[in-house]
Design a protein around this ligand. Structure first.
Ligand SMILES: NC(=O)c1ccc[n+]([C@@H]2O[C@H](COP(=O)([O-])OP(=O)(O)OC[C@H]3O[C@@H](n4cnc5c(N)ncnc54)[C@H](OP(=O)(O)O)[C@@H]3O)[C@@H](O)[C@H]2O)c1
Length: 355
């Protein structure tokens, strides 16, 4: 594992020459190896953090174990920049969130220090639309490449082979470094991987927290076994009070007092205690960002982990429940719903059509 300083303080020319080598290579596994050397470098901001990193999938690329999400984000550039400075330089957005412009502003001048992830909405899973959606995201984010581009959730009305071949095309074009998915089951992941010919899926972004443990029903094991990073969204249960109300004995408070952390820090530390898991939190408040970033590096004992896992009320969707939910999603997608709302790309398109 590289120390964050090793990742960020290399000279700029290394980035330039490695990019050049990547560009002249075709996209295949050896190329993945080369692109794994493309490491954010041209920092002129100090790295002041003890943020730990983890390998992204099997890529050899290290990313922070805590990333910052921007769904329903209203914090402006300051919290994002504070997080980047504290080592949480993995920023997650999506064409659906409407937050790409503010992320673009926050990373201006420090793009190469940031691991930038966005997502394409299921309504854009046709080949031509995937390419257009990525280009629109790049424009919104004011950058020329995404580190990670994810399918936001499955679309059962478009053949996955068509979508994935467009994702591979984006990698060939140098617009995307790595391909990920989100809200995929292990079976859907396997299927999506099987239609890729030159690249590998490096991550699956799913809901995972102390109170929602569904990934433990097979997905986490699958990701571990296949070197796929599990990016845990909503690690603080979307509203931290929800987690507090699932913790009637205040186990979080007890563990927090024992290890000298806050409750939110314990919840995040628990999440990233799983080797394959990177947690993505959202915080509009700078003080929350600082608190959360300081959670990295906290080691919870086996006894504390067990207390948290057994005494906090949690749910975990059973296999039949997951199956029924997929069935309902399939039905609603064939009825034209559950594909994501209109995005900046659709507005642009409508404007160009004179609508
Ligand atoms: N792929 C998907 O389908 C999907 C779905 C949902 C989310 N996500 C991603 O995951 C990210 C995070 O998930 P989420 O937005 O559901 O939220 P979350 O991180 O689970 O929780 C966010 C809430 O926790 C609060 N908070 C943050 N730090 C805190 C602290 N130290 N103490 C107390 N409260 C704290 C925030 O408050 P303030 O904002 O007031 O600071 C906010 O109200 C999203 O932004 C998005 O990028 C992906």
């Amino acid at each position: 594992m590289l120390h964050p300083k090793c990742r960020y303080d290399n000279p700029v020319w290394i980035l330039g020459s490695v990019r050049f080598i990547t560009w002249i290579c075709d996209v295949n596994h050896s190329c993945l190896l080369v692109s794994s050397l493309i490491i954010p470098t041209n920092s002129n901001l100090p790295t002041t953090s003890n943020m730990r990193s983890k390998q992204l999938g099997n890529t050899g690329v290290q990313i922070p174990e805590l990333g910052i999400g921007t769904w329903q984000y209203r914090g402006g550039v300051e919290p994002l920049q504070a997080g980047i400075e504290l080592g949480a330089s993995f920023i997650d957005t999506a064409e659906l969130y409407g937050s790409e412009p503010v992320v673009g502003q926050a990373i201006r001048g420090i793009r190469d220090r940031v691991f930038l992830a966005s997502k394409v909405s299921p309504r854009h899973f046709r080949r031509h639309d995937v390419i257009k959606a990525a280009e629109c995201s790049l424009k919104q984010l004011n950058t020329d490449y995404l580190d990670l581009y994810q399918l936001h959730w499955p679309n059962y009305t478009v053949p996955i082979g068509e979508t994935m071949s467009a994702m591979e095309r984006l990698v060939e074009m140098g617009k995307v470094r790595f391909i990920g998915v989100s809200n995929f089951t292990a079976a859907e992941l396997r299927r999506a991987q099987s239609v890729l010919s030159k690249t590998r899926i490096v991550s699956n972004q799913v809901r995972y927290s102390l109170i929602d443990r569904t990934p433990e029903e097979g997905l986490l094991q699958y990701c571990n076994a296949h070197q796929i990073s599990l990016l845990a969204f909503s690690p603080l249960a979307t509203a931290f009070e929800r987690m507090r109300s699932s913790d009637p004995d205040d186990v979080l408070g007890q563990v927090a007092a024992a290890v000298g952390e806050t409750r939110a820090q314990v919840a995040l530390s628990w999440c990233v205690s799983h080797p394959a898991v990177v947690a993505i939190f959202k915080a509009d408040k700078v003080e929350h960002v600082k608190e959360n970033c300081a959670a990295s590096g906290c080691e919870l004992s086996a006894e504390h982990l067990q207390l948290l896992e057994t005494r906090i009320l949690h749910s975990s969707r059973s296999r039949p429940e997951r199956f029924l939910r997929r069935l309902a999603r399939r039905a609603s997608q064939y009825a034209g719903r559950n594909l994501g709302n209109a995005t900046a790309m659709d507005h642009d398109h409508n404007k160009n059509q004179g609508k």
